[in-house]
Every structure is written in structure tokens, then in C-alpha cells.
Ligand binder design. Sequence first.
Ligand code: ATP
Ligand code: MG
Length: 140
Amino acid sequence: MSDIITNSQEETINLAKEYITTLKGNVLGLIGDLGTGKTVFTQGLAKELGVKEIVNSPTFVLMKVYDTNHKVIKKLVHVDAYRLTNAQELIDIGLTEYLNKKDTLVVIEWADKVKDFLPKETIMINFKEGNNINQRIINI
Ligand SMILES: Nc1ncnc2c1ncn2[C@@H]1O[C@H](COP(=O)(O)OP(=O)(O)OP(=O)(O)O)[C@@H](O)[C@H]1O
Ligand SMILES: [Mg+2]
């Protein structure tokens, strides 16, 4: 784990794109305060995977499933646990079936809220504000 500083939204997107090539698991937990770049990072992942749709924060629907155009990772599942009050809701919406699928990348914003429910192999990435408005510190 090391801190990477990005100085723009584009740099965070590029970081996510490069990250796909080094990925060692299929469940990613994104942790950090509001506006620290979790959704932007997910958009970078989606772009690199060849997702055609626009990836927005799924705050009001909890989970969105996207088809990709990638040879190994066939689906991207994007979860936002911010408004979640009970991890049982994730089971109810069918997340469990995706967690064990090697060809599905599951990305969970606010993963710290549901970490007891996630596989122990879940890769955690931490997002923090930097020293100016366009800077973020991403521990990856
Ligand atoms: N270096 C940077 N990396 C990522 N985003 C940045 C950066 N600098 C500025 N931004 C801006 O910060 C905002 C990040 O928003 P984003 O929706 O990704 O945050 P989030 O962590 O998903 O928040 P939430 O917890 O509300 O879902 C965007 O408006 C983006 O343009
Ligand atoms: Mg978000």
C-alpha cells in the first residue's frame, strides 16, 4: 500500500485505468469522505473495462450492474453503501452472487460501512483530500 497523489479528476481516472492491469482480486472497497473521488475512480475503472454506459453514483439505487467489453472481466458491479442502514439490504439486492464471480469486478463505495459483510480478500483503497481543491491522496 502506498499513497498516490493526484492533482485532477483526469489523473484519478488514469490511475484507475492503470490499476485495472494490476488487479489481484475481484472485490474493491473504496473508503473516504464525500467528494474525495470514489465515483471518479470507478468511472476510470469502467472506462478501461469498456463500459459504454455513463457510470454515476448509484446512491439512490444502491447497486448498478454494467456489461463490459473486457476479455477477462465481463461485468462491473457498482455499489454505494452510503445510505445503507443494514447490510442485509445488500443480500436482498443480490450482491452475494457477484462477490464470488471471478469474471465480475465489484466496486463498493463506503465499504467501511459494510466491511463485516465483505469477503476478507476485499482490496481496500482509501481516498483523502489533499492540500488543494483538486488534490486527492489515494492509498492503493
Ligand atoms: N484529484 C481529483 N481526483 C478526483 N476527483 C477530483 C480531483 N480533484 C477534484 N475532483 C472533484 O472531486 C469530486 C469527486 O467526486 P466523487 O463523486 O468522485 O466523490 P465520491 O468520493 O464518490 O463522493 P460520495 O461519497 O459523495 O459518493 C468531483 O467533482 C471531481 O471533479
Ligand atoms: Mg460516490
